[in-house]
Design a protein around this ligand. Structure first.
Ligand code: AMP
Ligand code: AMP
Length: 356
């Protein structure tokens, strides 16, 4: 695959590159960043969403599709190749396309690592090898000790997660979910049971730069989740009566500035995650990645997830976050940081080191 992509890249006009992405998730961020760095931009979207990107003026060209999976269409890919397009993947690529094998286009980042991030077992292996602290995992419901979050294999964006405190509660809730058709009996066996960390969710958006050989902290955010963030508005006795369970559908994000002495835990985690990424998917991390964590009452960091691409939480860092400003002394946000890396790599003849 890499050979094929490199051959495609050889035919590209590096003086007339286009930056393209799917119109959703963090496309405003990516496309605006590309324009700030002097690239032409292409937005691949459905007719319905076009109005948004047109309104913001971030796309020089549109490719209209009926469905995001049309990106796997040969003709569409040929059009993107003809325009020397580098694709910037984001969460919608994982959510709506899911596989990168049929994407014969240069993608910024390491597509193998993006596959690691979508597989819970692989993610855990990666994080365990990196030696970062994670929530405990219980192999059997009978092993549950204390508050536990149950994640079903198909649960998307935290919808359908629920919290229990012992095995009988687990079976009780699962049984009612099976009965109402939300999950299958097979799912019950494959549920991931994770220690629930009571604490503060903190999402670190880092960037690994192959051009400068360094890790950069670009922004920090937290999520605004429905209905988890709404529960505090309902008195406890009403919660009990209504039998409310938190769901974690992301609706938005807030910027966060971390207590400074806690940054060291984040940088240590980032370093070891990047080191291990080189062993599991050579050459390892390229560009944006996010460490998703919870800090408990002792200010101890637990990593519960990793993303090997831009996350939408970086949208809070436009035009700059305190961290990117301190590092660069100018307005840098993730979309722009990605485009900057591409621009400098072209100047230094290193473009192929960003495309895997
Ligand atoms: P969308 O294109 O908005 O449906 O998002 C694609 C995927 O990214 C979905 O799985 C969403 O759950 C996730 N996502 C979208 N926006 C955010 C956000 N602001 N924070 C975290 N995840 C998000
Ligand atoms: P995820 O789908 O893994 O990104 O998780 C969605 C949301 O569930 C997160 O944003 C957290 O609010 C919550 N969550 C996930 N895992 C845990 C955990 N082990 N402890 C506490 N909250 C969690």
């Amino acid at each position: 695959m890499r050979e094929k992509i490199l051959r495609i890249l050889e035919d590209y006009d590096t003086q007339d590159l286009h930056i393209g992405t799917i119109g959703s998730h963090s496309a405003l961020n990516i496309l605006r960043g590309a324009k700030d760095e002097g690239f032409k931009t292409i937005c691949i979207c459905r007719e319905r969403e076009k109005a948004v990107y047109e309104n913001f003026g971030v796309a020089d060209e549109f490719l209209i599709v009926n469905d995001y999976t049309d990106l796997l269409d040969d003709k569409l890919q040929e059009e993107l190749r003809e325009k020397s397009t580098i694709l910037i993947p984001h969460g919608s690529f994982n959510a709506y396309i899911g596989k990168f094998d049929d994407l014969l286009l240069p993608i910024f980042g390491n597509r193998e690592l993006m596959v690691w991030e979508t597989d819970r077992e692989k993610q855990r292996e990666w994080l365990e090898r990196a030696g970062v602290r994670m929530p405990r995992r219980y192999d059997r419901p009978e092993d549950i000790e204390g508050l536990t979050i149950v994640k079903y294999p198909g649960a998307k964006g935290g919808k359908g997660y629920f919290i229990v405190s012992d095995a009988s509660e687990f079976y009780e809730v699962s049984e009612s979910m099976v009965k109402s058709g939300l999950i299958s009996r097979e799912d019950v066996k494959n549920a991931e049971l994770q220690q629930y960390i009571l604490g503060t969710n903190i999402y670190f958006s880092f960037f690994y730069s192959p051009v400068y050989g360094r890790i950069e902290l670009i922004a920090i955010d937290r999520r605004y989740e429905s209905t988890a963030d709404a529960l505090g508005k309902v008195p406890a006795k009403e919660q009990l009566k209504a039998d409310i369970n938190p769901t974690y559908t992301v609706i938005g994000n807030f910027p966060v500035v971390l207590r400074e002495s806690l940054l060291v835990q984040a940088f240590e985690a980032a370093n070891s995650i990047v080191e291990v990424s080189k062993e599991i998917a050579y050459p390892g991390m390229v560009g944006a990645f996010c460490i998703e964590s919870i800090f408990d009452e002792n200010a101890t960091m637990y990593v519960f997830e990793i993303s090997a691409r831009i996350v939408a939480g970086t949208n809070v860092g436009i035009p700059s976050s305190p961290y990117s400003y301190i590092l660069f002394g100018e307005n840098i946000y993730m979309g722009r940081r990605i485009a900057r890396e591409v621009r400098v790599a072209v100047e230094k003849g290193m473009l192929e080191e960003l495309i895997y």
